[in-house]
Design a protein around this ligand. Structure first.
Ligand code: ZN
Length: 327
């Protein structure tokens, strides 16, 4: 249940034992776990249950039964099969025993049908579009290298995969699992080049459903919640492809684990502020505005920001971005 899963929006997820299917293009791409996928399905079905109970009791009861079955899956009352079928080849299920063989996991590569190619917008271009650059070759394989566990320092291995996340850019997902202490991390790094300008994205959270929005936070991005006077510096959490809820959870864990992240001293007033912050995070951040509003601003980086990115010593004039849009 804890295996990491990358499911792109063109992938179909199936659990044949339950006759259950999440068809392609009904969900955005997610980086989650098998449990996360089941949770999302349960949440989706539960959403309209109060209305159904009022209008069609029979259907509501049937759906309730199915929700119970999904919940049983999470307890693994019986063995079941999870099938992820992605004609784009970009979905991924983690092998927790890597680099050892994973007896529970079968990966089958197949040639796309004409219909699948058309669905992906690859019609007729498939032959011309075979790019020869190394980034493209890397795309379909999981690379592995040896690292040390950040928690206990035992030798561990990191799996790396280049993924084109729909509506986002190309990113590199790196997952490290420690056999020694069980520590797991996953990190998302930008695969493309640094953009000519910085980006500031302001999201007004007006509805609890906003917490399910997908968020791609690069490793050089800082996060601010002005209502809580909270600021997370550049690089504190690394890169993440998650939902707003997932990001808030990560922030909470980070703050709980290491209160010093927020500053270099632990004076009593700072600790008090922290406790308040954790309390407010638990209640879910909710701003009482009427209109959800997302603002994206491009801005010129300051000298200090360029310094942090190591760009001041580099020639940035006439620069060609690698990950040209529309690939
Ligand atoms: Zn460890």
């Amino acid at each position: 249940m804890n295996r990491e899963v990358v499911k792109t929006d063109c992938a179909t997820a199936r659990i044949p034992e339950l006759d259950f299917e999440i068809p392609a293009f009904t969900q955005k791409g997610v980086l989650t776990t098998i449990e996360g996928i089941i949770d999302r399905a349960i949440a989706g079905l539960e959403q309209d249950q109060p209305v159904r109970r009022a209008t069609d009791k029979e259907v509501a009861n049937k759906i309730e039964e199915f929700i119970d079955k999904l919940k049983q899956l999470k307890e693994v009352h019986f063995p079941f099969t999870f099938i992820l079928d992605d004609p784009s080849g970009n979905s991924f299920v983690e092998n927790p025993r890597a680099p050892q063989k994973d007896d529970a996991l079968v990966v089958t590569r197949y040639r796309r049908t004409a219909e699948q190619a058309a669905m992906l917008g690859l019609e007729g271009e498939e032959l011309d579009e075979k790019p020869a650059d190394s980034a493209e070759d890397l795309r379909n394989e999981v690379l592995q290298f040896n690292t040390n566990c950040p928690e206990c320092n035992a030798p561990a291995s990191t799996n790396m995969k280049l993924v084109q996340i729909p509506h986002f850019k190309e990113v590199i997902i790196m997952a490290t699992n420690c056999d020694s202490c069980g520590h797991r991390t996953n990190e998302v790094k930008s695969g493309g080049a640094i953009e000519p300008q910085g980006t500031r994205i302001t999201l007004r959270i007006t509805d609890p459903s906003d917490t399910t929005r997908d968020i791609l936070k690069s490793e050089t991005c800082s996060v601010e919640i002005p209502e809580l006077e909270f600021e997370l510096g550049m690089g504190a959490l690394g890169g993440k492809f998650t939902t707003l809820e997932g990001l808030l959870k990560d922030i909470r864990e980070l703050v709980e684990r290491n209160p010093f992240t927020l500053g270099d001293s632990s004076v009593p007033s700072k600790m008090k502020k922290l406790q308040e912050f954790l309390g407010k995070l638990q209640e879910n951040v909710y701003a009482p505005e009427d209109d959800p509003e997302l603002r994206v601003e491009r801005y010129q980086r300051t000298f200090e920001q360029n310094e942090e990115l190591g760009l001041n010593d580099m020639r940035t004039e006439g620069y060609e971005p690698e990950g040209a849009p529309g690939r």
